[in-house]
Design a protein around this ligand. Structure first.
Ligand code: UDP
Length: 339
């Protein structure tokens, strides 16, 4: 297939490009490089276009025939979305609308959309399935929920086929392929913990230890980025068989607290990881754990990275051996402080 990966220079999008190329598909990456890296585009042509540039999008979609689009291009940080909501609604809502309109005009009828557990808000059950109420508590979640609504409306109005995949916490890397999580401004837990293990970056903070969880810190469901990529590939096959707009939750179904992550990372890295406890971060629910039963049944998806330690280990290798283009390499020099 000929697949357009919007946001293919970013963390999950670059792993998607590797996965599709290895499976024999032709990949084109569209990215504005605002947070992605052109060095991470290694499996297809890079088109530097912003989703807010409707004319540029139109030119890309009219210029060649794509069988499907995968849409990862979004702002995705919960805390930042609380402080800069307009930027989230503009990129994630208007940008998605522009993309869908360009697809409609070019008769591209299939899209896999990156959604998120943040659409659910504060969980009302131990594990979250697709039927759980959608009540986002931050602009990031609200922007993604709105985009899911576009997909449902587009199925009705234009016959668009779509799969929205709601990731819980994407983690890990494929260091052997030279790709991993490389954000200039890193806010995610596992990279921050691993950078602390390497003696890099600011001191590690635990955002709140007074949540209603076993050890007081937030619980998340960490799923390997390669497992996410495989789910997208299965979604392409699913759309061959199914019309309409579909949603699936993707996680391992196991919750790990911030303390669990720090302890596992310390054991993977073989060093003690210092931290301090800080106030809660705005917009963080206490616990987010997926039920992926529907994805298992209907997509035939089964995560292969089911344990936390190997997930963290894959990220550890990436962080330890950062390529020269990584912002963390540039900021700190090549890490030498830990084995
Ligand atoms: N967190 C933390 N310290 C950090 C980064 C994150 O304590 O330096 C916590 C955060 O408050 C949340 C969990 O770790 O409870 C996972 O956060 P992350 O940003 O990785 O993912 P999110 O769940 O927000 O998508």
């Amino acid at each position: 297939m000929n697949v357009l990966i919007c946001g293919g220079a970013g963390y999950i999008g670059s792993h998607m490009a590797q996965y599709l190329a290895e499976a024999g598909h032709v990949v084109t990456v569209l990215d504005n490089l605002s947070t992605g890296h052109h060095e991470a585009v290694r499996w297809g042509e890079l088109l530097e276009v912003n989703l807010l540039d409707a004319e540029g999008l139109e030119r890309v979609l009219q210029g060649r025939r794509f069988d499907a689009v995968m849409h990862f291009a979004a702002r995705s940080l919960v805390g930042e979305s609380v402080s800069h909501p307009y930027s989230y609604y503009s990129n994630n809502v208007t940008g998605t609308l522009n993309l869908l309109e360009a697809m409609r005009r070019a008769d591209v009828e299939r899209i896999v959309f990156s959604s998120t557990a943040a659409i659910f808000g504060n969980p009302q059950s131990d594990v979250i399935d697709e039927a759980h109420p959608k009540a986002p508590i931050n602009p990031y979640g609200a922007s993604k929920l709105m985009a899911e609504r576009f997909l449902a409306d587009a199925a009705q109005a234009y016959g668009l086929r779509s799969v929205a995949l709601r990731y819980f916490n994407a983690a890990g890397a494929l260091p052997g392929h030279g790709i991993g999580e490389a954000h200039a401004c890193e806010t995610h837990l596992i990279p921050n913990v691993l950078r602390a293990a390497l003696g890099q970056g600011p001191s590690l903070k635990i955002f709140g230890n007074d949540y209603d969880t076993a050890d007081g810190t937030c619980v998340r469901d960490y799923v390997h980025v390669q497992d996410l990529a495989r789910a997208h590939a299965l979604a392409l096959e699913f759309m061959d068989r199914n019309e309409g707009a579909h949603t699936f939750n993707l996680g391992n179904g196991q919750g790990f607290s911030v303390h669990d992550v720090i302890a596992t990372a310390a054991s993977v890295a073989g060093v003690a990881i210092p931290y301090e406890v800080a106030p809660r971060r705005a917009g963080d629910p206490a616990r987010l754990v997926a039920s992926s039963a529907k994805a298992r049944e209907q997509l035939g998806w089964q995560p292969r990275w089911t344990e936390l330690a190997p997930i963290i280990e894959s990220a550890w290798h990436w962080h330890r051996d950062q390529p020269s283009w990584s912002p963390h390499h540039r900021q700190t020099g090549h890490p030498t402080q830990a084995a």
